[in-house]
Design a protein around this ligand. Structure first.
Ligand SMILES: Cc1ncc(COP(=O)(O)O)c(C=O)c1O
Length: 470
């Protein structure tokens, strides 16, 4: 399908310095390096392709908005984590995909095939993981308010439960008489580490709904030492998301090693140290996150040093990347509908999706980068605001960005939408969810069917007394 290809840019998962097999060519959008999937290129007709598929063809076949996920990029980021852990950590390790970033059977199957584990936070994510073929012993269940059913489901399948609070402990001890072997446990605590990211996605500081307070740690560990229904095999902390700094993660290693020392001293067979996720990605040209390799190197050396200082045997190092695994693999394609020019003020291009398929801009004021799918190299001569179709003034996907002149029917491709878009989506305004395709080598596999308006009525119940009388 590719006629002549010119690379659009490397993804952040690319091991440092790797060319990812592209012939050196004109770097069409050098400010966009690391923003586009690895396989993104411009074909002989000047159109944008991902995974060997022309986005305009995909739009015609599957409609828009359309989530396009590049298999090569996703596999490359999985491999980058595995490789970096093997290169930089002298002990055993495992990367777990934080499936909240984008949960589906296809993504689960793909990350499982790359040898990663997975973290789930609900029965829905857990079922997706199990049915997607993730081995249960590679799954952990998180959550600050797990239900009895969620805990039972995890325990029944041999999934590790991450204890977040006393309620988890009480519920598990009530459920335990039904089990014939102890459930594997990990203990989450708030490490008290500040980092610079959006307030809503910061979780490591003390004022957080997640995890045990550090002051409670010893008491919880002593309590668990007397619980025959569970076996504490790991400790967990997560400091936040979309983080570009390395120092908070280095600091975390020391805090976690202290906790490990305490747990081992109290007789727990703890062998897993789970440092969470959090590595940021590039959404706009100005973003400059560390590479996966750099992040893993910093975390791995800090954990190894902290353990050495305390004369602790090296634990198995776990991390839980979400965004940095899937975000850059994703591109969303929209069709432009109406255009509104307000002279001297702003030009709005309205597209056929918006905050229901990408709630990040309205939630976190997140920035994105976009091009026109059928002429990504055309000169960007206009400043426009790409608005969604929802009945909400704040439903803006990209504010005041430079694009070539665009009108109704044009296709806009927004980069780096593979994480926290589909998974945080909604049906606001009763707008159906987009379809998703996985692209590879010129082939597109449908991995999520497009929702239809009728689907949205499936769970509505109209009481008979309210049925309109003709
Ligand atoms: C417990 C936990 N682990 C992992 C992640 C994944 O973080 P990220 O997507 O930033 O890598 C999150 C997300 O905030 C989280 O809450």
């Amino acid at each position: 399908m590719v006629i002549s290809s010119q690379p659009v840019g490397l993804a952040p998962g690319a091991p440092d310095g790797a060319s990812q097999g592209f012939e050196p060519g004109v770097d069409l959008t050098s400010p966009n390096r690391n923003l586009a999937p690895l396989t993104a290129c411009v074909d002989g007709q000047g159109e944008l392709q991902v995974g060997g598929c022309r986005l305009s063809d995909l739009a015609r076949s599957y409609g828009t908005p359309l989530y396009v996920l590049d298999e090569a990029t996703l596999r490359a980021t999985c491999r980058a984590y595995r490789q970096a852990l093997a290169n930089h950590y002298p002990g055993p390790s495992l990367a777990l995909y934080a499936s909240k970033a984008n949960s589906s059977l296809a993504i689960t199957a793909l990350v499982a095939s790359e040898g990663l584990g997975l973290d789930a936070v609900s029965a829905g994510e857990l079922l997706t993981a199990l049915q997607g073929g993730m081995p249960p012993e590679r799954i952990v269940l998180h959550g600050n308010n797990k239900s009895r059913e969620e805990l039972a489901l995890a325990a029944e399948h041999g999934v590790t439960v991450v204890l977040d609070n006393w309620s988890d402990i009480e519920l598990l001890s009530e459920l335990a008489p039904g089990w014939n072997q102890p459930v594997r446990l990990m203990l989450r605590f708030t490490p008290g580490i500040e980092c610079h990211t959006h307030e809503y996605i910061r979780t490591g500081h003390l004022d957080s709904k997640f995890g045990f307070d550090p002051d409670q740690l010893e008491g919880v560990l002593r309590h668990l030492a007397g619980c025959s229904w569970g076996r504490l095999t790991g400790l967990h902390a997560h400091i936040g998301s979309q983080i570009f700094e390395l120092q908070p993660h280095r600091d975390l290693a020391g805090v976690m090693a202290d906790a490990l020392q305490l747990a081992i001293g109290l007789g727990h067979p703890v062998r897993d140290l789970n440092v969470g996720g959090g590595l940021g990605i590039r959404y706009v040209a100005g973003d400059d996150p560390p590479s996966i390799d750099t992040w893993v190197a910093a975390v791995a050396s800090a954990v190894a040093e902290a353990c050495l200082e305390r004369q602790l045997e090296l634990p198995r190092l776990l991390c839980e990347p979400g965004r940095s695994l899937v975000a850059t693999a994703g591109v969303t394609v929209y069709t432009v509908g109406s255009r509104k020019d307000i002279p001297g003020i702003r030009t709005y291009l309205s597209v056929d999706g918006g905050m229901s398929d990408n709630p990040r801009p309205i939630t976190y004021q997140s920035l994105y980068t976009a091009v026109l799918a059928d002429r990504p190299l055309a000169e960007a001569t206009e400043t426009v605001t790409v608005a969604g179709k929802h009945c909400e003034s704040g439903d803006v996907l990209l504010k005041d960005v430079q694009l070539p002149p665009a009108t109704s029917g044009d296709l806009i491709a927004v980069f780096a939408t593979g994480a926290y878009n589909a998974s945080m989506g909604s049906n606001y305004n009763r707008i159906p969810r987009p379809a998703a395709v996985l692209v590879h080598d010129g082939v597109a596999d449908l991995v999520q069917r497009r929702e239809q308006p009728e689907d949205l009525l499936r769970y509505d119940v109209l009481p008979s007394r309210l049925v309109p009388v003709p």
